[in-house]
Write a protein that binds this ligand. Structure first.
Ligand code: GLU
Length: 427
């Protein structure tokens, strides 16, 4: 057997750089907690993973086969929970890392869920609506044994939305023979979705930023914000901060970014994008690249796009007071260290973007009870859960003299560890 094969045999398939990043974050928390090695072993690998090949008839009658995944990282606290990503870079390693982050996120928010994630390697923008529908339905059919309202509950993530969730819910229900709205969250309101779910992630990001501003004794009014990404999360974060009187200096989408030293008019920009599909050409701002945007001097930087955006290449030039990780995994390990040395205040992804899964939890509960709440109740409960988690993390970070990411992971790992010990090991 060649050396290459031997090395390969020793490393599981999901051990890609992004998984190793998630693992290293966990190991820092485990070291700090002096976690029993027997327990440590149970966290470092996903509980189970499924890989499926999804054949689709394209509109031109040819057949394409796409790779799909669903990973359950941990199910100690309840059914696993996490989004479905449609993106050309989806791999088993990425989905496994994202599943691990979901485990920490749910535990940190006090939700009765474990962590999961799924994805299909595809470019959803290059597919027609019919192709996307066939892909979603066949993917759902391929993982049907792996999901369920009591087992594993998918939701939207990058490249998926409430329409995709509606097709997933319909496919699952058709296969079972009756309507099962609790199979997914983030579905349209008219089939059992929750009020406030669409903007929940952005809302959670804002609640965290407001807590950080207060902690650092800064002002909300006129606070200078830079946001990378203008998808569901980036847009709602920008909109709510704009409504609160912050000055949104710059935003970007996949194609380009916009900068205005006096602040962008977010409602006007939204209208422009609805008309022109992209923000490029918006008259009241100068064009800026995604790379330059990240290095703008500001009070709050919000990466709300893909992972691994802040790396050892640009971390030194990041110039904000608060970094709110609205995306999952936007900061690499090396960058984390550099940012910490610079003394900026980090709100880690598992805390900053947990508003989405929190309202997903409300949607799941409302579905199980067939009793629906008012939007004010949802936003109020979301606010309470996110700010309580923020304060818990901050308290531990200050008392243990660690950064917010390490404090958040320590809380989550400790919580699941206690649950594992209480349940014992089967058989
Ligand atoms: N995909 C979102 C996340 O990364 C939401 C997950 C959910 O609502 O289950 O947190």
């Amino acid at each position: 057997m060649s050396i290459h094969h031997k090395e390969h045999r020793n490393k599981p398939e999901y051990h890609t750089p992004i998984y190793e990043m998630a693992l290293a974050q966990f190991e820092q928390a485990a070291d700090r907690l002096d976690l029993d090695p027997n327990l440590r072993k149970r966290f470092i690998a996903p509980k189970r993973a499924i890989m499926v090949n999804i054949p689709i008839r394209m509109d031109d009658s040819s057949v394409e086969v796409f790779h799909g995944y669903r990973v359950h990282h941990d199910t100690t606290l309840g059914p696993s929970k996490g989004g479905i990503r449609f993106h050309p870079d989806v791999t088993l390693g990425e989905v496994s890392a994202l599943a691990m982050w979901m485990t920490w996120k749910c535990a940190l928010m006090g939700l009765p869920f474990g962590g999961a994630k799924g994805g299909v390697r595809c470019d959803p923008h290059a597919l027609t609506r019919n192709e996307l529908q066939r892909l979603t339905r066949r993917y759902t059919a391929e993982i049907v044994q792996f999901i369920g309202p009591e087992m594993d509950v998918p939701a939207p993530d990058i490249g998926t939305n409430e329409q995709i969730m509606a097709w997933m819910m319909d496919t699952y229900s058709q296969l079972k023979g009756y309507s099962i709205p609790g199979i997914v969250t983030g579905k349209p309101i008219n089939i059992g979705g929750s009020l406030g779910r669409t903007e929940a992630t952005g809302r959670g990001v804002v609640y965290c930023i407001l807590e950080a501003i207060q902690h650092l004794k800064m002002q909300v009014e006129g606070c200078k914000i830079v946001i990378q990404g203008f998808g569901n999360v980036g847009y709602h974060t920008a909109r709510i901060l704009y409504e609160k009187g912050c000055c949104v200096l710059a935003v970007s989408d996949i194609k380009s970014g916009l900068y205005n030293a006096n602040g962008l008019n977010i409602p006007m920009l939204k209208q422009y994008i609805e008309k022109h599909t992209h923000m490029k050409g918006f008259p009241e701002g100068d064009e800026i690249s995604n790379a330059d945007l990240l290095e703008l001097s500001c009070d709050v930087l919000v990466p709300a796009a893909l992972s691994e955006q802040i790396t050892c290449e640009n971390a030194e030039r990041i110039s904000c007071k608060i970094l709110a990780e609205a995306a999952n995994g936007p900061t690499t390990l090396e960058a984390d260290k550099i940012l910490q040395d610079k003394g900026l205040f980090l709100i880690p992804d598992v805390l900053a973007n947990a508003g989405g899964v929190t309202v997903s939890y409300f949607e799941w509960v409302q579905g199980l009870q067939n009793f629906f709440w008012k939007e004010v109740e949802i936003n109020e409960r979301l606010h309470d859960i996110v700010t309580l988690a923020f304060q818990n993390v901050l308290r531990l970070a200050l008392s243990e003299k660690v950064d917010m990411r390490l404090a958040a992971l320590m809380l989550s790992v400790r919580k699941i560890t206690e649950a594992k010990l209480a349940r014992g090991l089967f058989p």
